[in-house]
Design a protein around this ligand. Sequence first.
Ligand SMILES: [Mg+2]
Length: 302
Amino acid sequence: MNLEERFLGCLIGLAVGDALGGPIEEIPGKPKPTAKRPLTEMIGGGPFNLKPGEYTDDASMALALAKTIITCKGYHPIHVAREYAKWERTLPSATGRTIQESMRRIRAGIPWDKASDNPYGNNYAGTGAAMRCAPIALLNHSRPEKLIEHTRKDAIITHRHPDCISSSIFINTFIAALLRADDPLIAKNYALRHINDNPALQKRYETLEHAGKPTKGVYDIVENSVHTLLTTTTFEEALTKSVNLAGDADTRGAVTGAIAGAHYGEKAIPLRWKQALVDHLGTPAYERIKRLAHDLYRTANT
Ligand SMILES: [Mg+2]
């Protein structure tokens, strides 16, 4: 399989995972979604009353990041933060409060590297940085130092909690290893080496001892996504298993979709899922995301 096939798989997989999980996303304080499990089709509905195949904030923020990287021919946090602030205004469904607060501060003129220096950004190990970071792994798949520098800067725009920064670095170094066709277990060990400045988290991601049930925050997303890839044999099996753990199903689906897509490639993603993809206006999105991934491939490899 060639590298471009893995690029497409990563970005399209992210959107497919978000859209599959969206209808069963559980939100604290809201009634639990009632969709029949296991969920294997793009059914729509759920807490945000989604259209079948509609992706949510996770994929739309990742796509905004990919678009900015292509336009700027690289990662520039000032432009990215500005684009995120614009993106958040157009979002039909709510994103996390940590992102909301940083976006509010960016629009108020606070610089990108200070916006998340607030009680939410400092104290919550939320999922908002990890859910969107994959395009930076694609851009820098062959430049590990840049990959880490850009991933760190991107997390800091909204989530400066050390576990959020380390989790994004873990995911992106994992994706970079999968893009060069490393075995997932070797990719995991490679990724672990890049978070040795955070020993407690490194140990948690090494053992994955909490995987197999929904837990909380960014830990759930990383542990369960990696564990799922290691314990299944196809893209469809990985994504179905991950999403049906429920809890934060859309975000876990997005991250599982990105890593499984990088591993198995675009052709392994079921056509019925790809063709179902729509944005919040109901516009078919598969071809557009495919073009974006293709353009990102050219940006990263020229
Ligand atoms: Mg979401």
